[in-house]
Design a protein around this ligand. Structure first.
Ligand SMILES: [Zn+2]
Length: 123
């Protein structure tokens, strides 16, 4: 899959999640609701914060797995999305271990021990 296709998947997942969290698009009603009930406002903020953290983790998983030259970056992203905490732990332990260094040719992160850069193919 191309980079654009991966971004599209992340975007679709985020849109599906956001529309599930949001009962309607009426901003005025939402604002009145938050003002009317501070407790509800805090309650609505928690899934939003968790969602932002989860998206950040998903982006990190894709970047990290690509830097380590793994083929299933999107599969891992979906796995971590479906099984948030355990999925991340499984990923961290099953990925190729080793330090990431910046590629001298393209500037992307790559595994120090890798024979060639997974981004540009240079040694
Ligand atoms: Zn490179």
């Amino acid at each position: 899959m191309t980079r654009a296709a991966r971004l599209a998947v992340v975007w679709l997942l985020s849109q599906a999640y956001l529309s599930a969290q949001r009962p309607g698009d009426d901003t005025a009603n939402a604002a009145a609701g938050v003002l009317g009930c501070l407790g509800c406002g805090t309650f609505m903020l928690i899934p939003l914060v968790l969602f932002v953290i989860q998206i950040a983790i998903l982006i990190w998983v894709v970047k990290d797995s690509k830097a380590r030259g793994m083929d299933g970056a999107v599969i891992w992203m979906i796995f971590v999305f479906l099984v948030p905490v355990i999925g991340l732990i499984v990923y961290v332990f099953s990925r190729p271990q080793g330090a990431l260094v910046k590629c001298a040719s393209c500037g992307n992160m790559r595994l120090q021990a890798s024979a060639k850069c997974p981004h540009c193919g240079n040694a």
